[in-house]
Each structure stands twice: as structure tokens, then as C-alpha cells.
Design a protein around this ligand. Structure first.
Ligand SMILES: Cc1cc2nc3c(=O)[nH]c(=O)nc-3n(C[C@H](O)[C@H](O)[C@H](O)COP(=O)(O)OP(=O)(O)OC[C@H]3O[C@@H](n4cnc5c(N)ncnc54)[C@H](O)[C@@H]3O)c2cc1C
Ligand SMILES: NC(=O)c1ccc[n+]([C@@H]2O[C@H](COP(=O)([O-])OP(=O)(O)OC[C@H]3O[C@@H](n4cnc5c(N)ncnc54)[C@H](OP(=O)(O)O)[C@@H]3O)[C@@H](O)[C@H]2O)c1
Length: 553
């Protein structure tokens, strides 16, 4: 059968794995990347950025980290080098067109016919084509070219390119401020030396209290000390991880194994699973409280009136957890970081004014570490307003994707890398395997109605488990359950010999082909940590990203 043209947009982690798996099935993908390098968010970050996920979890299943990287949480340049080696090893570079921005994608085909045909299609490819408009600007004059694609895989990322800039009433926005206002994205894109010069000796206000805001505040306070304190303005208290082993128990044992997932109600669950989750809910509550007590012991949250109202588990299930940088509260104690909580703020000519404040916080620079508009970025790429609306009706909606990959009413297209997990690399990889199996005719999708029902079950689950933050597409706390669904779709056998203890209490860790061969019928301890994985593999030849013990081939 003639292999059709797949276009992949973006050469971050998701685009790289998509390309690799397309090649493995004999497709000839073209990857368009707007930057001049691979890596996406890892191509350039602020100096101190490291992985937040331990590296065994942030690892391609068939390409382990080199032994030269000994840190559990590698730094940005190590991550980027790892991605470069991956791309080189699998010969991906020649498929990537750098400095090539996809301006729009336009579907040409009979939509009503196509929409009914997601269901039951053998090889997925339908008669329609995508017209992909690409502007390449490596040469002096930008060149616009339109490419045909039978299938598009959107890997444009979520935390890059389109900043979330808060809206202000007229006369209260950045235009009235006499200092400088930038987004964390601009700060991250600066050369490290330039970033240092930019903030050194200046009064800086950082708005936002998630990972980017925390890291930038740390950098500013390292440079300026208490003489020019860095003020962090934030609106909500959120749980921050103080360390990965509350009461000496690795967090993954509490939240990343099958047993922990039994305690959580699942999207569209049956009676028994629902009942079990209800029966176990006191335990779930107890674990959350135990972690909260531990964090409160480690971090002076009560002292600074920062104890979140929401439970730790809720923040975990909304992908809202960030690791608190070591030394952060010492800097608060010493006065080099000042914390200011306020539901809102506006600009003043000398700085920013907190809601209800009488005097502005005087400052030279405001850095908005207010996150990104990932949904907008996805919506913007479609020529069709209808398709754009299918992605999400409003900025407050969740991105409606079946298996977090496919919008049932947008034909011949998949989105990888939008919905977050505990390890985004790991999740992008299994999703790409799934998509490529689908493209190769390995399985069929259910009807559009069934896919929409499944999406709505996830919506209900997210509303329940995340409340106000339900739109932050996230599978954390159900990572294994979700992963199993993809494996089952692909016909991978999950029912091998099971050892109850290992099945339910072992951790979720991706593993590699050589390891797979090695551990066949063996126990494995990775890096002397207690990541015990017993595998009773039936075949050593099948790649397995289906982590943990019950994924058996
Ligand atoms: C600083 C930082 C640290 C992080 N740390 C972790 C971590 O520790 N653990 C974890 O699990 N996750 C982490 N994340 C989340 C991270 O986003 C994912 O882990 C992963 O790197 C995302 O890869 P991606 O390919 O999906 O998206 P991206 O890395 O965002 O890549 C998208 C690519 O698409 C390109 N692109 C976008 N639009 C177009 C277009 N129109 N035309 C052509 N090209 C386009 C972009 O230039 C980019 O190269 C972190 C994110 C950030 C910002
Ligand atoms: N590995 C690493 O070290 C590392 C480093 C940096 C980033 N990251 C990852 O990159 C992703 C993006 O992180 P991020 O910190 O840039 O963004 P983010 O997680 O989306 O956080 C945005 C922050 O801005 C605040 N905010 C948004 N709108 C606001 C407004 N109008 N007024 C005041 N505050 C507002 C939010 O407050 P609320 O909480 O109140 O909504 C939140 O504190 C995350 O997944 C993160 O984990 C990882």
C-alpha cells in the first residue's frame, strides 16, 4: 500500500518521537520547525532550569540516558544534548525543515463525509488533504510554500510562543508604567549573561508563582540580595513539592502506581471500580493529608499564610505542582525575596498596584511569569473557524481530545503533547506509538459519538478532581490507567502472569529494549533505587512503553 504523506509540526520532544515512529512504519514524514534547532522548550531556558521529573521517567523507551549524566534531575543543556543524540541516533535530522513556520493548515475535503468516516476506516487516511502553508525564512527573503498532507500531527507544544498576558482596564496596563515589562518567555530566551545584566542591580517584580516564576525569583535574588529584593506577586496558594519523599516514602509510591490509581474515580468507570474508589477514598484523603503535613513541616507555609485550601491531591491531579527551589524560604527570611499575595494587580507609573493597595510597589522591571496560552496557539493554526472552535469553545474549556490525541470532528489530524502528565516525554512517546499504529491500520477508532462520550467522561472527571482548574488538560494520577487504554487499543496484551504486589505497588517507569531483553523473567533494580520491575515478558522483541508490571508481551 502506498504510504501517505505525514506532516509533523514542531520538533520538540513530541515532534521528534512522532517522526521516529512514523519512520518505523515506513511513512516519510516532513517535520516543520520554526526555530533553528530541535528541542522545543529545552532549546533555551533560564540558566537554572533542570528536569522536574527524575530522569528515569523522562527517558525514551529505546534510548537511555548516557551514563555520563549522573544527576537524577539533569540540567537544560544535558536534556538538550540527550534530545540531540536521540535525533542523531535515529537519523531524524534530515526529515526536519528548520526555520519553517507553519502559518496555517486548511483541510480540503468533504467534511460531512469525512466526519462520519473516522469510524471504521481501515488505514485512517481519507480522501481529503491538508494544505499546509509554510514560511521558511532561513534565506533573506521569506519563502511561502504550500504542502499537501494526508495526515497532520500537531506537536506545537503548550508552554512556548504564545504568552498569557493578563488583561487590564484602560489606563491600568503596562503602557502606564515607566519601567520595563517582559514575559518570562522573553527572559528565558535571553542569553544567560544578558539576562543577568538585565536584572542586576534592579528592583524586580515577578508575577506568578509556578515553576517559571519561582526560578526567575531565585535568579534575581541571587544577583541582587536584600538590597534590591525581588517581589513575587501571586494570587493563589498552591502546594509546592518540598522533596520527593514525604515521610521517607517516595512520592511515586503514593501517586504513581496501580494501587494509588485504584483510589481515584476514573472517567466513565464501571460500578466496581467506582465502588472501590469510594471505599478507598478515606485512604486517598489520608495520604493527601500526610503529604500536606510533611510539606508544612518542611516549608514555612503557615508562617507566610500560604497554606493552600485545596488538597495536595487536587493540585497533583491538575498538574499544578512545582518543586520549591531549595533555599527559597531562606531568601524570604533574609529579605531578598518578598512575597505579596493579591487577587489582582494593575500598573502604575512607578510600579504595580495590588488590589486594594494605596501605594504602588516601586520597581524597575516587571516579569510576567503568568504562563502560556497553549489553547490559543492550537486554535490559531486552523484556517477553518469551525475546527478552531472544535479545539475549545473558550479559553476556559478543556481541549476536547479523544485519548488526549484526536479531536473527533477534525479529520486526519492528531495533537500530541498538549495534555500534561507526570512525565511529558514518556506520555508523548506512547501517544505517538498509538497514532502511528492507527495510521498503519493496526486498530480502528470507535464512532465519533463514542469518542465524544469518552471526552465528556474525562471532562466530568476533571471537573470533579480539579474543580476550577479542570481545563488544564492533565492525566496525572491516572497515568497508568490512561497508558493501559492506549495499549489495549493497540492490542497489546496486558493480562500476563501477574504478581499482585508487583502489579499494584510497583512504579511507573519506562524501560528500554536492552533492559527489556535483560529483565525478561527477572527482577530489575534501576540505578539502585527501589524501582523494582518484574517482567514476565513473553517476547523480547516487542517494544514496550507500557510501563509497570502488568504490561506483558
Ligand atoms: C522550562 C520548562 C521545563 C519543563 N520541565 C519539565 C519536566 O521536568 N518534566 C516534564 O514532564 N515536563 C516538563 N516541561 C513540559 C514540557 O513542555 C514537555 O516536557 C515537553 O518538552 C514538551 O515537548 P513538545 O514537543 O510537546 O513541545 P515543545 O517543546 O513546546 O515543542 C514544540 C515545538 O513546536 C515548534 N512550533 C510551534 N509552533 C510552530 C509552527 N506554527 N510551525 C513550526 N514549528 C512550530 C516550536 O518552535 C517548538 O520547537 C517543561 C516545560 C518548560 C517550559
Ligand atoms: N523543569 C523545570 O524546572 C521547569 C521550569 C519552568 C517551567 N516548567 C514547566 O513549564 C510549564 C509552565 O510553567 P510556568 O510557570 O511558566 O506557567 P504556569 O505553570 O502556567 O503558571 C502560571 C502562573 O502565573 C499565574 N497567573 C496566571 N495569570 C495570572 C494573572 N492574570 N494574574 C496573576 N497571576 C497569574 C498563575 O497563578 P494561579 O496559580 O493563581 O493560576 C501561576 O502562578 C509548567 O508545566 C512547568 O512545570 C518547568
Amino acid at each position: 500500500m502506498e504510504k501517505k504523506q505525514v506532516v509533523i509540526i514542531g520538533a520538540g520532544i513530541s515532534g521528534l518521537v512522532a517522526c521516529k515512529y512514523c519512520l518505523s512504519k515506513g511513512f516519510h514524514p516532513i517535520v516543520f520547525e520554526s526555530d533553528g534547532d530541535i528541542g522545543g522548550v529545552w532549546a533555551k531556558t533560564i540558566r537554572t532550569t533542570r528536569l522536574q521529573t527524575f530522569k528515569e521517567m523522562y527517558q525514551f523507551s529505546d534510548f537511555p540516558w548516557p551514563s555520563s549524566v549522573t544527576q537524577d534531575y539533569p540540567a537544560q543543556d544535558q536534556v538538550l544534548n540527550y534530545l540531540r543524540s536521540y535525533a542523531t541516533h535515529f537519523d531524524l535530522m534530515k526529515h526536519i525543515r528548520f526555520h519553517s513556520v507553519v502559518k496555517e493548515i486548511d483541510y480540503q475535503g468533504e467534511s460531512s463525509f469525512v466526519w462520519s468516516q473516522w469510524n471504521g476506516i481501515g488505514g485512517t487516511f481519507l480522501p481529503g488533504k491538508w494544505k499546509v502553508t509554510v514560511v521558511t525564512s532561513q534565506s533573506q527573503a521569506p519563502l511561502t510554500k504550500v504542502y499537501d498532507a494526508d495526515f497532520v500531527i500537531l506537536c506545537v507544544g503548550r508552554f512556548k510562543d504564545v504568552p498569557n498576558i493578563p488583561a487590564f482596564a484602560p489606563g491600568t496596563g503596562p503602557e502606564v508604567f515607566q519601567g520595563k515589562v517582559i514575559h518570562s518567555m522573553d527572559y528565558a530566551s535571553m542569553d544567560h549573561k544578558k539576562a543577568e545584566e538585565f536584572v542586576k542591580g534592579k528592583r524586580v517584580v515577578v508575577v506568578g508563582f509556578q515553576k517559571q516564576g519561582l526560578d526567575i525569583a531565585m535568579e534575581c535574588s541571587s544577583l541582587n540580595g536584600p538590597e534590591n529584593p525581588c517581589t513575587v506577586v501571586y494570587r493563589k496558594d498552591r502546594w509546592k513539592i518540598s522533596d520527593f519523599a514525604p515521610w521517607g516514602i517516595p512520592l511515586q509510591y503514593l501517586y504513581l502506581n496501580r494501587f494509588s490509581e485504584l483510589m481515584v474515580h476514573k472517567p466513565g468507570e464501571g460500578f466496581l471500580l467506582g465502588m472501590l474508589a469510594t471505599l478507598l477514598s478515606p485512604l486517598r484523603w489520608g495520604i493527601s493529608k500526610l503529604v500536606e503535613i510533611h510539606i508544612k513541616k518542611k516549608l514555612p507555609l503557615a508562617k507566610y499564610d500560604m497554606v493552600p485550601e485545596r488538597s495536595f491531591s487536587k493540585d497533583m491531579r491538575s498538574c499544578l505542582l512545582a518543586i520549591m527551589p531549595e533555599d527559597f524560604f531562606n531568601r524570604v527570611e533574609s529579605g531578598s525575596i518578598v512575597l505579596q499575595k493579591s487577587p489582582g494587580f494593575s500598573f502604575h507609573k512607578d510600579g504595580i498596584m495590588l488590589d486594594g493597595g494605596i501605594k504602588p510597589i516601586q520597581t524597575d522591571i516587571v516579569i510576567l511569569a503568568t504562563g502560556f496560552k497553549g489553547i490559543q496557539k492550537l486554535k490559531n493554526i486552523f484556517t477553518s473557524q469551525d475546527f478552531s472552535d472544535f479545539i475549545a469553545v473558550s479559553p476556559d474549556s478543556r481541549v476536547a481530545l479523544y485519548r488526549e490525541c484526536i479531536q473527533p470532528r477534525i479529520p486526519q489530524l492528531a495533537i500530541i503533547g498538549f495534555s500534561e502528565s507526570f512525565s511529558n516525554l514518556f506520555t508523548s512517546e506512547i501517544r505517538c506509538r498509538w497514532i502511528v499504529e492507527l495510521l498503519d491500520g493496526g486498530f480502528k477508532l470507535p464512532s465519533i459519538e463514542e469518542m465524544e462520550k469518552d471526552i465528556s467522561n474525562w471532562d466530568d472527571y476533571m471537573k470533579n478532581s480539579s474543580g476550577k482548574y479542570y481545563q488544564r488538560s492533565c492525566i496525572t494520577a491516572l497515568d497508568i490507567w490512561y497508558n493501559d487504554q492506549l495499549c489495549k487499543d493497540m492490542g497489546w496484551n496486558l493480562d500476563g502472569k501477574r504478581d499482585f504486589g508487583l502489579t499494584y505497588f510497583s512504579l511507573m517507569v519506562p524501560w528500554t529494549m536492552p533492559i527489556h531483553n535483560f529483565i525478561k523473567n527477572h527482577d530489575l533494580r534501576m540505578n539502585n533505587k527501589d524501582f523494582i520491575m518484574q517482567r514476565t515478558a513473553r517476547s523480547s522483541t516487542v517494544f514496550c512503553l507500557c510501563i509497570d508490571t502488568s504490561c506483558v508481551f
